[in-house]
Write a protein that binds this ligand. Structure first.
Ligand SMILES: NC(=O)c1ccc[n+]([C@@H]2O[C@H](COP(=O)([O-])OP(=O)(O)OC[C@H]3O[C@@H](n4cnc5c(N)ncnc54)[C@H](OP(=O)(O)O)[C@@H]3O)[C@@H](O)[C@H]2O)c1
Length: 271
C-alpha cells in the first residue's frame, strides 16, 4: 500500500510560485471549528509568501444584503487584491448571491459563476483550490484518470462538483454520489479511484472499496479534537493500492493552491 502524502506535492507547488506583496480580504461568517482552524493555518502560510490578510468576521445572523455591500466595498478597494468568503455560509444566505458579486479579478477561490463556468469549457484558470489539489496529487503520483471509473462522493459547489468536472476534462468516467444515492456501496465498489468529500468521520470502510483501488480522502472531521478523514484508514489500509492520509494529504495541497490562486489573480501571471 502506498501512502499518497500531500507534502511533496505542496512543496512542488511552492517551488513554482513567486512571492509578491499583496493583500487579501477574508470574510468569515461561521464559528465552525474546522473552518477556523483551517483559516488560521492558511493566514500563517500566506504571510510566508508576502500575502497580507485582512480578516473580517461577521455574526451568523448577518443579512445577505450587508454581506453583498461589504463585497462591493472590497471590490472597489485598490489595496485589496483578492477576496475570500469562507464556507460554510449560514443557511439564510444563498451562495450564488454572494459569489456572483465578487469581482472576477478578485475571485481567489474561483467561485464566481463565470470562473466556475469556464471549467465547463475545459478552461481552467482560477479553480476552487481543493478540487485542483486533487488533480495536483494525481499528477504528482502519475495517476492517469483517463478511462478510469472514478467515483466522487459529494456534490458541493466548492469540492465535489468542480472536481468532477476537472476529472471529466481529463477523460475519467465519473460517477457523482450524494446523500440521496441508493446502493452507495455497490457504486463505490466499482471505483478504480474513490474520492470522498462527505464530511463524516470513518464513513468509508472496507465494504465500500474495491480491492487494489486508489482512495482519496478529502474529508476533514474532528474526533476528540483530532483531525480525521472520511475514510477508516485502519480498516481499509491492507486492501487498497494507495491512499491519501488525513492529516497530510489533500489539506496541505489545498493551501498551496490557494496561495497560487492569490498570486495568479494579483498579477495575471499564468504558469
Ligand atoms: N482538505 C481540505 O483542504 C478541504 C477543503 C474543503 C473541504 N474539506 C472537507 O471535505 C468535506 C466535504 O466538504 P464540502 O464543503 O464539500 O461539504 P458539504 O457541502 O457538506 O458536502 C458534503 C457532500 O456529502 C454528501 N453526503 C452527505 N452524507 C452523505 C451520505 N450519507 N452518503 C453520500 N453522500 C453524502 C452531501 O450530499 P447532498 O448534496 O445530497 O447533501 C454533499 O454533497 C468536509 O469534511 C470538509 O471539511 C476539506
Amino acid at each position: 500500500m502506498e501512502i499518497l502524502s500531500g507534502k511533496p506535492v505542496a512543496q512542488k507547488i511552492y517551488e513554482r510560485i513567486k512571492p509578491k506583496p499583496i493583500k487579501v480580504a477574508i470574510l468569515i461568517i461561521t464559528d465552525d471549528m474546522s473552518a477556523i482552524t483551517y483559516l488560521k493555518s492558511k493566514v500563517k502560510k500566506f504571510s510566508e509568501f508576502q500575502i497580507q490578510s485582512e480578516i473580517i468576521s461577521f455574526d451568523s445572523n448577518i443579512s445577505e444584503k450587508e454581506l453583498v455591500l461589504k463585497i462591493e466595498e472590497l471590490n472597489k478597494r485598490e489595496d485589496i487584491n483578492g477576496i475570500f468568503v469562507e464556507m460554510p455560509l449560514p443557511k439564510h444566505i444563498e451562495p450564488l448571491n454572494i459569489f456572483s458579486k465578487i469581482s472576477i479579478s478578485k475571485d481567489v477561490e474561483g467561485l464566481n459563476p463565470i470562473n466556475l463556468g469556464k471549467i465547463l469549457y475545459n478552461q481552467e484558470f482560477i479553480v476552487p483550490s481543493t478540487a485542483k489539489a486533487v488533480i495536483e496529487l494525481l499528477d504528482y503520483y502519475n495517476i492517469n484518470v483517463e478511462g478510469k471509473n472514478v467515483v466522487v462522493i459529494g456534490r458541493s459547489i466548492i469540492v465535489g462538483k468542480p472536481l468532477s468536472l476537472l476529472l471529466l476534462n481529463r477523460n475519467a468516467t465519473i460517477t457523482i454520489c450524494h446523500s440521496k444515492t441508493k446502493n452507495l456501496k455497490d457504486i463505490t465498489r466499482s471505483a478504480d479511484i474513490l474520492i470522498s468529500a462527505v464530511g463524516k468521520a470513518k464513513f468509508i470502510t472496507r465494504e465500500y472499496i474495491k480491492e487494489n483501488s486508489i482512495i482519496i480522502d478529502i474529508g476533514t472531521n474532528y474526533i476528540d479534537n483530532k483531525l480525521v478523514g472520511d475514510v477508516d484508514f485502519e480498516d481499509v489500509k491492507d486492501i487498497v493500492k494507495a491512499i491519501t492520509p488525513v492529516p497530510g494529504g489533500i489539506g496541505p495541497i489545498t493551501t498551496a493552491i490557494t496561495i497560487e490562486n492569490c498570486l495568479k489573480i494579483s498579477s495575471n501571471y499564468w504558469l
